[in-house]
Design a protein around this ligand. Sequence first.
Ligand code: 4AD
Ligand code: MG
Length: 465
Amino acid sequence: MVKRTKIKQLLASAPGVEVLAKGWVRTKRGNKQIKFIALNDGSTINNIQVVADTAVIDEDTLRRVTTGASLAVRGQLVESVGSGQAVEIQASEIEVLGECDPMRFPLQKKDTTLEYLRSVAHMRLRTNTFGAVLRIRNAMAFAIHKFFNEKGFVYLHTPLITESDAEGAGDMFQVTTLDLKNIPLDKKGNVDFSKDFFGKKTSLTVSGQLEGELGATAVGEIYTFGPTFRAENSNTPRHLAEFWMIEPEMAFYDIVDDMELAEEFVKYLVQYALDNCMDDLRFLNDKYDDGLIERMQSVLGIPFQRVTYTEAVEILEKAIADGVKFEYPVHWGTDFQSEHERYLVEKYFRKPVILIDFPKDIKAFYMKQNEDGKTVAAMDCLVPGIGEIIGGSEREASLEKLEARIDELGMSRKNLEWYIDTRRYGSVPHSGFGLGFERLLLFVTGMSNIRDVIPFPRTPKNAEF
Ligand code: 4AD
Ligand code: MG
């Protein structure tokens, strides 16, 4: 019995062998005597052409071969006379595994806009576009583990349920088993979380960093890679309520080491995609974004531009004075919007930018305080087309300064005692950053909406499937 071979392998095989292919029908065309079926099994963006002679394959079977149906095809792998492929299958037997009613199938040729596909997200994975995105997503996940593994980093699993709001932004999804119709109250009338599952108020994590620091100050260099949840009501093409983040954390790294690692990491991933995903990249480049491959190549050969927040504000202020229009104002002390980031990257420097030394008031409590008393050793890495894909910093290693900052911000030291212990016992200079996995995927797929680089997006008012 001939075993099934995946289409990716068939397309690279020499003709003259009996084969068995399985997959879904993309298209069927032809005439009374001969039908050409494009079959895809997800192993590659490319289809294999199945040639079905009506003298060999019965009429009833061929009638049931419609777009979307699943087939098992036996036949001879032969040299293809048509252009576009080296080999095709001369079918000797076709079994329809699952029919697909052409009238009801949600993926019709005529309506394949990305907006429409979002409304049939349970089926959109079957399209060429999402096949390409899923394969690139997989390749990037693999490359991330490969990169850190080669450097001797330890993959640390940090909790998804936590009581700490690492970023201090307060955009957390609460986790509770309390009966919402009958919430227990304490004497003061507040929710009595001692009755809750964990005996305290808990939420889904916004970042694994604080636990990551515990790991880094124990085994040196760690990274996390897992889902992250933020209940920020940002309905933008760059925000998800559930996204994946990679957070390396390194003992004995200062902010410069941190920036160097971030730059090396981004370049490694882009290079990996170019080396391993070219068929899918070409497809996306031709269909959605004809600058994709060129833009990816353009970030590889050059050093990223490093510039301080203060210098960036001056550049933006000068641009405004010269007539550039932004929707949001810029002055020292405000956070940059995506339009400002993109001006710096795409118009001014024309390359990826690493911004450093942000005002301490727009950054989290754990960042290393600079000598000037106003800024912290933070860094954001911005890339063309997207803006920020990485946020990180050197961490405040001084117990005194860290405690003072926690107090200054009115945060509870009590809940953070476990974290502060890292500074009490063998504190070391250390640094880390977070890469938004879907932001990276926007960069390496050329898709323009973050909902289209994750299989099942979660955004405000949308948690289907
Ligand atoms: O800049 P952020 O908030 O940094 C942190 O969470 C730090 N704890 C990281 C660290 O130093 N270990 O988030 C890091 C990255 C952003 O640069 C962005 O790429 C991505 O996470 N990100 C989001 N991606 C999709 N949807 C959202 N709502 C995101 N929020 C942040
Ligand atoms: Mg950030």
